[in-house]
Ligand binder design. Structure first.
Ligand code: AMP
Length: 349
């Protein structure tokens, strides 16, 4: 892993009036480019194929100012990025496909790149959630499976390849000798709140050395489980699958907001203790059961795709900002504020 000192050196050499926000053209890139433009920051899109570039012709207001072709997301062009005073905005596709390449890259990344290591490793992520004091699904030894469990592959993202098993026999028939985690299947409503932690100001909902904002909430649409009622009524038997296809908005009972804000604060403070904090956006994946108890099963230590619902803000950001404010714009705003106050070192690594 490249040292923070080296990244601070790189940032020191940047022209702070000519910063570029760069990301791989996927996941939340439309939102990120659109939002950076609103904050008058230059944008750079890294493309791995022609289809990616073509998509922006349909969405001209969200097209980056410049494209750079890369062979694959694992080979990010360090010199070209640094020349343009770039800050990389990490998102789900970067974590999934360029995670390791990012470890050594001498270009500042928004947030704390240590957090991406904790997100990539499920065992570490559970340690993080435990340190935050969150309620978690039980992790079950395959030999002792006594209830419905979700089996997740180490690297599987976006729900792909997950399966439900009910017994050790079923587990070994499907997953013998595979690197997987077995979690108790949680029953309830999925709630994915989107947070932003700023170490630049202590105004608002205090957390760590700054404050957190809860900018929006989504719920995912996963195939085939989220349409299964139709399939069941149609009499078609299916095996549940959890591949994420899209997202839909959600607002919570107002009386639940305190719990969610406290969980955001606790996750933020646990990150401080374990690996030096998580400036910028992060998201929790929660299930709320019939007793209104929340269980967490995942943290995303960066912008999540559910924020794509809210490029102009949400029913929550409306109560905190006097202007349209989605996560993408909040990121661009933070970069601007930090550059102005000469505090970029606090929000990148
Ligand atoms: P993940 O890759 O952890 O985000 O999980 C993908 C999807 O699988 C989630 O959005 C949930 O719908 C489902 N899921 C994951 N873990 C659990 C769990 N422990 N209990 C119930 N559903 C889960």
């Amino acid at each position: 892993m490249i040292s923070k000192e080296k990244i601070l050196e790189v940032i020191e050499g940047y022209d702070k009036k000519k910063l570029t926000l760069a990301t791989v053209c996927s996941h939340t890139s439309l939102q990120l480019f659109y939002s950076a433009k609103q904050e008058n920051i230059r944008t750079l899109g890294l493309v791995t194929n022609e289809a990616q570039r073509k998509m922006y012709d349909a969405f001209p207001l969200a097209k980056p100012d410049e494209f750079i072709d890369v062979e694959d997301s694992n080979k990010l062009p360090e010199a070209e990025l640094a020349e343009r005073n770039s800050i990389i905005i990490p998102h789900g596709s970067i974590v999934e496909y360029a995670g390791k390449a990012l470890d050594k890259l001498a270009v500042p990344v928004l947030g704390n790149r240590n957090s991406l290591l904790w997100e990539r490793d499920r065992v570490k992520m559970f340690e993080w959630m435990r340190t935050a004091g969150l309620e978690l699904p039980a992790l079950i030894d395959p030999d002792k499976i006594d209830r419905p469990c979700v089996v997740k592959h180490a690297g599987a993202k976006g729900g792909r390849g997950y399966a439900i098993v009910h017994s050790p026999e079923e587990f070994y028939a499907k997953f013998a000798n595979q690197d997987v985690m077995v979690q108790e299947y949680l029953i309830g409503v999925r709630v994915y709140p989107h947070f932003f932690y700023s170490p630049l100001s202590k105004e608002g909902y205090r957390a760590s050395d700054g404050h957190i904002e809860m900018l929006s909430i989504d719920r995912r649409f996963e195939s085939n489980i989220d349409e299964s009622y139709r399939t069941v009524i149609a009499g078609v038997p299916i095996k549940p699958s959890f591949t994420v296809v899209g997202n839909e908005p959600l607002v919570l009972r107002e009386s639940l907001l305190n719990d969610v804000l406290e969980m955001g604060k606790d996750v933020c403070e646990a990150a401080d203790k374990l690996f030096g904090g998580i400036p910028g956006p992060f998201c929790l994946e929660l299930i709320c059961d019939e007793n209104l108890q929340f269980y967490a099963f995942e943290i995303s230590a960066r912008i999540v795709a559910g924020t794509n619902l809210y490029p102009t803000g949400s029913p929550y950001s409306l109560f905190a900002f006097d202007e349209p404010m989605g996560t993408g714009r909040r990121i661009a705003r933070e970069v601007k504020l930090a550059a102005k106050a000469d505090k970029l070192g606090k929000i990148v690594y």
